[in-house]
Design a protein around this ligand. Sequence first.
Ligand code: NAP
Length: 286
Amino acid sequence: MRINGSTKLLGLIGCPLEHSLSPLIHNTFINDVRENLVYLPFEIIPENFKQGIEGLKALNVKGFNVTIPYKERIIELLDEVSEESSFIGAVNTVVNKKGRLIGYNTDCKGFSMALKENNIKLRGLNVLVIGAGGAAKAVVYQLIKENAKSIVLTNRTEKRAEDLVKSFNKITNSLIKCIKFDETELVKNILDIDVIINTTPVGMYPDSNQCIIQNNHFFKKDKVYCDIIYNPVTTKFLKQAQEVGAKTIGGLDMLIYQACYSFKLWSGILPDHKKVRKLAVKHLND
Ligand code: NAP
């Protein structure tokens, strides 16, 4: 990567950013496709959020990613949001189109591609989603889009899951309902489920010994268990599923595919994810 007077800026806003993999991922894409771009972390503290975005606009950045805690807050500062972002209520990618900031959400497509990569087609499947935060909304949006047969949501704060169901019921014919976040209840309901997706941060580094579900009967051989956490690459949730012989999918593919689609929005080029995946695994295991 050679920086010169024509180099265009890409970046990531959030707080904190020190553990983010996005600079590694995007600068590898940039090198691979030989575009005159550079991707930098822009850590913005909440008090400076608005000025930070105005600063990026003034610097004429080509685009940026948005991460915790700004995926929702960014929307009011944008000139336009895509259809999926407006349903999900969160933006993870912003494109600067001649001074107009346009928001997109590539988490949903990233999730979809990660499942396809692992030969899982969602159409006609019964899916349980654990969690009802921003990532859960992107996942549920994609489940609906790909015609999952039924979607069951469970969340520690029941009201949040109920609100999510209400907002999505407007756009779906899929059967979508909530169940109580209670292990006995979940074990009882698991028999009818094909795919289980953990969208909570429980089990994420440095708390890698934690698992969102303690009851071993929750894990069955004939089901697929997904965790959207990518650090560690194999969470305790996935290890427990692997112990009973179930198929598992971790969050790293989703992370890399959402980055591929962000990069495409900025550059028009869909980069190859394989080399980056190897680098990311090495980085996470070091
Ligand atoms: P969020 O909006 O803060 O939502 C977190 C969800 O997890 C909420 O439903 C929350 O329940 C639940 N939760 C948190 N701690 C819990 C606990 N101790 N016990 C039970 N439930 C708990 O966060 P998010 O943006 O959705 O992100 C969630 C995770 O997804 C993070 O680990 C993030 O890194 C990961 N993620 C991965 C990708 C990827 O590309 N692989 C993309 C996006 C996000 P309450 O409602 O009760 O608080």
